[in-house]
Design a binder for this molecule. Structure first.
Ligand code: FE2
Length: 218
């Protein structure tokens, strides 16, 4: 754990900076380790899209709802409810399903089995409804997904698809959105007792393992 993450023990402005630095580092580490799409077989590409869909389609809104139930600050609730409203109003699970079907990568029972163990670990973590570690995890997840979209789109194109609404919508770097997310984290940190870096990043570790399983790295 880095020195920057240690100062999260004090709920101040620099606390959020330390957490953010660590989250950005975790995202970068995951991205650089992605397998090169040009070296993957069609079946391997299909598997990544299928496992990603098996996880995201039915769980993203569920986890974001868990984050909503866990937080106590008005700022965090407002931020998360905006996210949930967009997910439901614009039917993001349906958008993902269209993307996946167009790439002929619908998840099979085998794909669901491949992610089941690591997915259950994240579900159990979210179910604790522990506000700060949950918001840290969702900040990591949102940041990662946005950066992962060009890679996912590349896999789909190589599978012959031209349906890119899902990756286009989720690949936009929304600076205001990110700032609001870290504003929500600051609001929750101000309410929460001091936490160790291990506690803060437990969900990030579980989600990283799950993403590694999705891309076939575990
Ligand atoms: Fe979404």
């Amino acid at each position: 754990m880095s020195v920057a993450a240690v100062d999260v023990l004090t709920p101040t402005g620099s606390t959020v900076t330390g957490i953010r630095t660590q989250i950005d580092r975790e995202i970068e580490a995951l991205l650089v380790a992605l397998p090169d799409p040009a070296r993957l077989s069609a079946d391997e590409r299909r598997g990544i899209i299928a496992r990603y869909t098996a996880v995201l389609e039915g769980n993203f809104i569920y986890w974001m709802t868990g984050a909503y139930l866990s937080v106590a600050s008005d700022e965090a609730r407002a931020k998360i409810i905006d996210n949930l409203r967009e997910e439901v109003r614009d039917c993001h699970p349906g958008m993902l399903r269209r993307f996946t079907l167009a790439a002929q990568s619908a998840p099979s029972a085998e794909d669901a089995d491949a992610v089941n163990h690591d997915l259950m670990e994240v579900r159990r973590f979210i179910g604790r409804l522990d506000a700060v570690p949950t918001v840290v995890t969702m900040a990591f997840f949102e940041g990662f997904i946005q950066r992962f979209m060009p890679y996912l789109a590349d896999l789909a194109k190589r599978q012959g698809s031209t349906e890119m609404e899902y990756t286009d919508v989720h690949g936009i770097c929304d600076i205001t959105h990110t700032e609001e997310l870290y504003g929500a984290l600051a609001a929750e940190l101000a309410l929460a007792p001091a936490r160790s870096p291990q506690e803060l990043f437990e969900g990030v570790g579980l989600l990283r393992t799950l993403m590694q399983t999705i891309v076939g790295k575990n």
